[in-house]
Design a protein around this ligand. Sequence first.
Ligand code: SF4
Length: 495
Amino acid sequence: MVLTTEREPEHEVVIEMSESKGKVLTLEQARARADTYLRYNIDTMETADRWKIPRRFNVKVGKFGLAKLLFKEFFKYFGHWETVFSRPCTYGVFSGPVGGFSPRPNLCVGCLRCEVQHPDFVTVTPNGELRALGDKYLTWRHISTIDEEARKGSVPVRGQGYRGRFGGPGFDGMFTDMSEIVRPSRDGIHGRELIGTQVDIGKKPMHLEFDGNGAICNEPEMMTIQVPFLYSAPPTNLDDDRVVEIMASAAAKVDTLALLPVDVVNRLELGGANVAPIVNCAGCEVPEGTRLVELRQWDEQAHDALENKGLLVSVAIDMSGDWRADMKEARLGGASILHLYADHHGLDGEDGFLMDTLAEAHTNLVNAGIRDEITLIGSGGIAGADHLPKAIISGLDAVGLDHSLLVAMQARLSGDTKERNSATVQLPDDFDNAWGLQRVVNLSCSWRDQMLEILGAMGVREVRRLRGEFGRSMRCSVLEAEAFGEIEGYPGGGD
Ligand code: SF4
């Protein structure tokens, strides 16, 4: 029997099990065999911004007030020069050559110590230029965080605890169960134990069937990607080959999938195991090595013809229409991979948000007794690392990333950023493929690491087990209703 890792020739590991079967290995043999295993890893590298994101705060210092203070302190603390020259800011905002006369607001973290100490001449205010970025869903906070993740490739550490919302609209309304009690250890996060982030895409039978000779009759038809996210196609109005080239290369490096229009894939010769061409007919030429294609909309004949070519076929379901009926029709017609597309605010055509719509899609499949036969992918509305596990808890197998990838490449989005394919995208002036590739790889690593953090904290050993685990999450609205429902004045509460 020969076991091999799935792909990537340079990583291929072949282990002849028959050699060691039944034998006790010596320590050296065991070590030699252990050395042949490679742990999945994403190589990150700090990649500087091409466009400096606006600073978070503006710091204004009244020159007259500062001069008055210095004059006073000079005589009051004469001889104690350390005191006279001390600065109220430990972050170095007033540590330039002329101190507070020319502050360095880029270093300000907004702790407000200076303003509290010298309210008469120091003012710290939020920078409106930064807050103007994004829209009400993909906010300036998301953009600034994605920018940092794409630059460093690591999990952002603030050292100030969680500063986001406790409750709110969208995914902020879900809390996850991260109990110390269920938490086995942090070893999975530091790599000493395995927490799996692989997901399977394809058709899995609900149970295996065997013939008279014991051979499996209904083998799963699926592929595995190493992370629970893939790269959805860039907006159709973005005509820039560099972006699709970056997505294809990043997908190969991370071992996930890039969904790209088939004509672009063929024209740029991007085909391969990690590129999934988006097609609208069975006759479309797809490059050799393709494992999965996506049909733009359900078409039973095209679906069957593509499957007969040995391809996995994903079917796009536009959630702005009657997605429930479309999903049912595709499912009954034999589709096993369904890709739900919400708008960029995570809403369907009836303004239902992802947490509810995905849960409904997942639960319908569970109730039909066929959940494992279907792979559910969802795109739209994923603006932060925490949205990934929350979308999976809501019922997805894998999550499609779209605008967040462009933000990682420091694209500025303007115009209608809610509807699909409508935002105006402006890339940095000195944009190039190597830079963009590393930024997307860095973001992927950071989001995978944050997924590991949450899985470790929840005591879940692999992301596949998180799918549809509603019981490991809490809804703010439900908790509030439980706590305050009987209090007079609470919406829907007591009289
Ligand atoms: S608010 Fe804090 S970080 Fe900003 S300048 Fe004042 S002391 Fe420094």
